[in-house]
Write a protein that binds this ligand. Structure first.
Ligand code: NAD
Length: 503
C-alpha cells in the first residue's frame, strides 16, 4: 500500500523554511513514472542561511554550544534520534522504496542500519571525552605534551541516492557525535527520507543549527556548499566525476575533504568452491539494491574449469529473481532510480553488444513491467579488458564475466581497474583467500561473501574510489582535528639566548 509523500521545506536552524527562490523539484516514483510529491530546491542563498545557522550552533552560549557539550549529551541526542527512527521504521521504509525504487524489505534493512548507526555513534560520543586528551611521551623532561581531538567545525555532507537515508547517516551520525554542526545535501533524485530526519531532529529537540538539511540540485545547492568559505570540511559520497569537481572547488580554500566514490569491484570464484553458495553471493553482490551499489562486485572472474556450469546457474537463478513494484511482497528487484539512469544503463548494454560482448541473459525491460525504470538482471560474457563494460561503473543490475586459469591471472584481472573500493574471493582454500586478500588493491575485501557491511568496520576505497574512511572509529576521525599541546615545565630558563649550547 502506498503512502503520501510528506510535504516538507528546507530544515534550517531547527525550523522548516521555504527556499528563498520558492522553487520545488518533483518526486517521481520510479516504478510508475508518476509524480508523487515534491521537495524544496535550495540555492546558494539557502546555503548561506544554513551555514550561518550551523556556525551559530557552534558559538552560541559560550562554552555551552554543541561542540562543547559533553560527549554524553551528544550521545543522548543521537540515541533519541535512533529511537524515533526505529519507531517510524515502517513509514520510512515505504518512503524509501517509493522514492528510490528499492524493494521494501531492503529499505527496511536500511532503516534498521540507520538506527543502528546512530546508536553506535552515540556510544562513541559517550566515550569521546575520555579520549580527547591523549598524553604524548617526549624525549625531554622539561616538556610535557598532549593531543586534543576537537570537532572540525561546520561540515558540508553531500550524499547520493542509492541508500538515501543510510548514506546520509554514515556522515551525520559521526559528525554530530564529534561535535560538528552539519549541512546535509542529499541527492535530488531521492531526498524524502532525509527530510524526515529533519522532523526527527526537531521532535527530539536537537539544538537549532546542529543539523541543517538542504535538498536541491548538485550544481545549485551542492556546489555552493562545497566552496563555502565558512564550511570547514566537505564529506562527499557520489560519483568519481562529481567528487573530482568537489575536490577542485574545495582546493581553492585548502578545505579538507573525504571522498567515497564509485567502483568496479571484482568477485573471484575459484574451482574448489560450492557452486550454489558462490552463485548466491555473486548474484547478491551485483543485483542487490537493484544493482545500484557502489561496491557492487560487477566483474565476475571465474575459473575456466567451472565457468560454463557456473554461468548456467547464474542465468537460471537470475531469471527467477522476482521483479516487481518494490512495495509488492517478495520483490527482489525494483526499478532503477530514474529515467536518466535507465537510459544510461541501456546504453552500456548496447555498447557492450556493439563492442562484441554476448548478452547471456537480461538486457531489456522485463515484459511484465509495462511502466517504470525496470531492467532485467543482465549477465554479459565474451568481455575483453578494453571494453567499456569492463572498465566503467554501470550502477545497475549488470554483471560482466571473464574466465581465468591461474591465481596470478585472477589477481591481475581483479586489479585491472582505476577503482579500488571492494573485492571478493570465493574459495574453500583459506590460504589462497589470504593471499588474494593481500593481493587485492581495494579498501574492502570480502572472503566467501560479497557486500556485508557493519557500522563498526571501516568503509572506503583507494585509487579513484576515493580516500578517507567512513564508519567505525575511522568515521569519527573524519570530523575531528588533532591539536598538539606542548608545555614547558622546567623552572630553568630555556637558555637559547644565554646558553645556546644547551639546545
Ligand atoms: P553524483 O556524483 O551524481 O551525486 C552525488 C551528490 O553530489 C548528489 O547529492 C548531487 O546532487 C551532488 N552534486 C552533483 N554535482 C555537484 C557539484 N558540482 N558540486 C557539489 N555537489 C554536486 O552521484 P549519484 O549518482 O548520486 O550516486 C551514484 C554514485 O555514488 C556512484 O558512482 C556510486 O558508486 C557512488 N557511491 C559511492 C559510495 C561509497 O561508499 N564509495 C556509496 C554510495 C554511492
Amino acid at each position: 500500500m502506498s503512502i503520501p509523500i510528506p510535504s516538507r521545506q528546507l530544515f534550517i536552524d531547527g525550523e522548516w523554511r521555504e527556499p528563498v527562490n520558492r522553487k520545488r523539484l518533483s518526486v517521481i516514483n520510479p516504478s510508475t513514472e508518476e509524480v508523487i510529491g515534491d521537495i524544496p530546491s535550495a540555492t546558494s542563498e539557502d546555503v548561506d542561511l544554513a551555514v550561518d545557522a550551523a556556525s551559530r550552533a557552534l558559538s552560541r552560549n559560550k562554552g555551552k554550544d554543541w561542540s562543547c557539550a559533553s560527549g554524553a549529551t551528544r550521545g543522548k541526542y543521537l540515541r533519541a534520534i535512533a529511537a524515533k527512527i526505529t519507531e517510524r521504521k515502517p513509514m520510512l521504509a515505504k518512503l524509501e522504496a517509493l522514492d528510490c525504487g528499492k524493494p521494501l524489505d531492503e529499505a527496511a534493512w536500511d532503516i534498521d542500519d540507520v538506527a543502528g548507526c546512530f546508536e553506535y555513534y552515540a556510544e562513541l560520543a559517550e566515550g569521546l571525552d575520555a579520549k580527547q586528551k591523549t598524553p604524548v611521551s617526549l624525549p625531554m623532561e622539561t616538556f610535557k605534551s598532549h593531543v586534543l581531538k576537537e570537532p572540525i567545525g561546520v561540515v558540508g555532507l553531500i550524499t547520493p541516492w542509492n541508500y538515501p537515508l543510510l548514506m546520509a547517516t554514515w556522515k551525520v551520525a559521526p559528525a554530530l557525535a564529534a561535535g560538528c554542526a552539519a549541512i546535509l545535501k542529499p541527492s535530488e533524485l531521492a531526498s524524502v527520507t532525509c527530510l524526515e530526519l529533519g522532523e526527527v531532529c526537531r521532535e527530539v529537540g536537537l539544538p537549532p543549527g546542529v543539523l541543517n538539511i538542504l535538498t536541491g540540485l548538485g550544481t545549485e545547492a551542492g556546489a555552493p556548499l562545497a566552496c563555502h568559505p565558512h564550511v570547514d570540511k566537505v564529506a562527499f559520497t557520489g560519483s568519481s566525476a562529481t567528487g573530482s569537481k568537489v575536490m577542485a572547488s574545495a582546493a581553492q580554500l585548502v578545505k579538507p575533504v573525504s571522498m567515497e566514490l564509485g567502483g568496479k569491484s571484482p568477485i573471484v570464484v575459484f574451482e574448489d568452491t560450492d557452486l550454489d553458495k558462490a552463485a548466491e553471493w555473486t548474484i547478491f553482490g551485483c543485483f542487490w539494491t537493484n544493482g545500484q551499489i557502489c561496491s557492487a562486485t560487477s566483474r565476475l572472474l571465474v575459473h575456466e574449469s567451472i565457468a560454463e556450469a557456473f554461468c548456467q546457474r547464474l542465468v537460471s537463478w537470475s531469471k527467477n529473481i522476482k521483479i516487481s513494484d518494490p512495495l509488492e511482497e517478495g520483490c527482489r528487484l525494483g526499478p532503477v532510480v530514474s529515467g536518466g539512469q535507465y537510459e544510461k544503463i541501456k546504453q552500456f548494454i548496447s555498447n557492450a553488444k556493439t563492442e562484441g560482448a554476448t548478452i547471456l541473459c537480461g538486457g531489456n525491460r522485463p515484459q511484465h513491467m509495462k511502466k517504470g525504470f525496470f531492467i532485467e538482471p543482465t549477465i554479459i560474457t565474451d568481455v575483453t579488458t578494453s571494453m567499456q563494460i569492463w572498465r566503467e561503473e554501470v550502477f545497475g543490475p549488470v554483471l560482466c564475466v571473464k574466465t581465468f586459469s591461474t591465481e596470478e591471472e585472477a589477481v591481475e584481472l581483479a586489479n585491472d581497474t582505476h577503482y579500488g573500493l571492494g573485492a571478493a574471493v570465493i574459495s574453500n582454500d583459506l590460504e589462497r583467500c589470504e593471499r588474494m586478500t593481500k593481493a587485492f588493491k581495494a579498501g574492502i575485501v570480502w572472503v566467501n561473501c560479497s557486500q556485508p557491511c557493519f557500522c563498526q568496520s571501516p568503509w572506503g576505497g583507494i585509487k579513484r574510489s576515493g580516500f578517507g574512511r567512513e564508519l567505525g572509529e575511522w568515521g569519527l576521525e573524519n570530523y575531528l582535528s588533532v591539536k598538539q599541546v606542548t608545555q614547558y615545565i622546567s623552572d630553568e630558563p630555556w637558555g637559547w639566548y644565554t646558553a645556546p649550547s644547551k639546545m
